[in-house]
Design a protein around this ligand. Structure first.
Ligand SMILES: [Zn+2]
Length: 310
């Protein structure tokens, strides 16, 4: 299973360049199958019995907290969208500009907070752990709002805005400094007329490991880059034991959930989508709850009457 996932990932390197792209044809399902159920009482029965719940979350969960993604209509930072700046080539060409972009995104997060979907997930994990049941969150979001909400068991497949990686020695470190370095103070304004700060490389964030002084980069997976194999292995292990899978704020047929949800579904494990989007008519994915996940998720994950809390 792991090999198949890695192969799939390898084949889908371009998936990073088009995260909104549909999964390859091979992973699409016949459209003539029955529509998934939106019956919450039925979902709650399944939820009450689940011992290992995997929750895959995407951009929609962050969007409900007002986190900008710099994608799609109106989603610009200066005159660029994320796919133009979040690449190794853009960083090699203009590390100052890319750091301004990430500095801005980090600073924006100071005023953003977990929404009811993040909180419902974290509370569910805490409650179920006392019952010997587990919840894992597998997220493509880099804003750490799940962590802020209190989620403990978290796999960030695209990394984090609040981690850096040294381009010289490879050291990965948590970094919550604001600003991340003096030269970026007051920089990063998103307005199209803002001029590049053109900060020299030596004034950009630098590695503090002994004698390294290498240029740091955001520890996020950029377009065209592969996912961390250790994270993928951890994801794989969780997917093999889960007996309920939720796909929240994204769709199980678009990257990256499309890498994960179909294999869970193929084992006969129920998959439930909570998102705004219409979903292809398929009974592979058993449930679909349309609407903002901040509204649909809290009642879905609330304490079930059968739960015994000591
Ligand atoms: Zn270093």
């Amino acid at each position: 299973m792991l090999m198949s996932l890695l192969r799939f990932t390898g084949r889908r390197l371009v998936s990073q360049t088009c995260p909104g792209l549909k999964a390859s044809k091979k992973h699409k399902f016949p459209l003539e199958m029955a529509r998934p159920s939106s019956n919450m009482a039925d979902f709650r029965e399944v939820f009450a019995k689940a011992k290992h719940i995997a929750i895959i979350t995407g951009a929609g969960v962050s969007a409900e907290s007002g986190v900008p993604t710099f994608r799609g209509a109106g989603g610009f930072w200066r005159k660029w969208q994320a796919q133009e700046l979040a690449t190794p080539e853009a960083f090699a060409r203009n590390p100052s500009r890319v750091w301004e972009f990430y500095h801005y995104r980090r600073e924006v997060m100071l005023s953003k907070h977990p929404n009811p979907a993040h909180i419902a997930i974290a509370e569910c994990e805490k409650r179920l752990s006392k019952q010997g049941r587990s919840v894992v969150v597998i997220t493509q979001n880099i804003d750490e709002l799940h962590r802020k909400a209190g989620t403990k068991h978290l796999l960030e497949i695209h990394g984090s805005l609040f981690k850096t990686r040294c381009t010289n020695c490879g050291n990965v470190a948590a970094n919550y400094k604001s600003p991340i370095c003096p030269a970026l103070a007051g920089k990063g304004a998103p307005d199209p007329e803002t001029q590049d700060a053109a900060i020299p490389v030596e004034a950009l964030p630098q590695c503090e490991e002994d004698g390294c002084n290498g240029l740091l980069r955001p520890h996020v997976v950029w377009f065209g880059e592969t996912l961390d194999p250790d994270i993928l292995t951890a994801v794989e292990k969780e997917l093999e034991i889960c007996d309920l899978c939720l796909v929240v704020g994204t769709s199980s047929v678009v990257y990256p959930a499309a890498m994960f949800a179909p294999q869970v579904s193929a084992r006969g494990v129920p998959v439930a989508e909570f998102n705004m989007e219409a979903t292809p008519a398929t009974n592979r994915f058993r449930f679909h709850f349309p609407g903002p996940c901040g509204t649909t998720l809290p009642p879905a994950l609330a304490r079930h009457q059968t739960e015994i809390i000591s």
